[in-house]
Design a protein around this ligand. Sequence first.
Ligand code: FES
Length: 274
Amino acid sequence: MSAPADNGVGTGVRAPKRARIAERTLRTDRWWLQPLLTVLGLSAFIIYATVRSFVRTAYWVPDYHYLTPFYSPCLSTSCVEGSSHFGHWFGDLPGFIPLGFVVLPFLLGFRLTCYYYRKAYYRSVWFSPPACAVAEPHAKYTGETRLPLIIQNVHRYFFYVALIVSLVNTYDAITAFHGKTGGFGFGLGNVILLANVILLWAYTLSCHSCRHVTGGRLKHFSKHPVRYWIWTQVTKLNTRHMTLAWTTLGTLVLTDFYVMLVASGAIADLRFVN
Ligand code: FES
């Protein structure tokens, strides 16, 4: 594979003082595999989430109060009866607006600006660069210093919204302990909803912005033992941020898929209590 045309100017591997190497890379391993898997995984999630967000069917199980996270909170009068845990803030919505439209842009923004996802899609979608020791095709590199990528700096604000969304999902998971005839009930759907929300909290709290919120701008940790302890716990979680980023994509799909199967009548929920 040849390197991009070298006109003697540029940045990165084409900077004036870099060695002139004709090959784009000298690597002989399958360096392209990870970017390929990343783009396939992200594309699969985006396609699934988009389709499910627009179909408006099988997102609520009235017997057990299971609500898929893709439709939460459901704040429109277009939402099926019982699924609006926080009331109706809006009237009927036209079909081209997803019922979860209030939080979907923030969740998308939170993930898109996430430090891990940036690394993933910069490599796999923009090839900037696609892998270590593989030249990128772009002649110039401006990083996140200009529009549009400078917008990535709003990630910390998306983090605050993500905290609220996690609270909403927690409320949904708790109210889902509902029996068919009322009162307390517990089934496999509860296990899935609960596992999903716990992992969503782990992903959100492992955010780099959370690390900064808890322990940033401190000159002396010894004078702030509580914040230091919280920062230490967040830092431990932060080392697993990539794993949590992928795991929560999987649990979101699994949760939605399970709710869809039960809500549509394709399967019956496995009940342990009532
Ligand atoms: Fe990934 Fe904040 S860095 S969610």
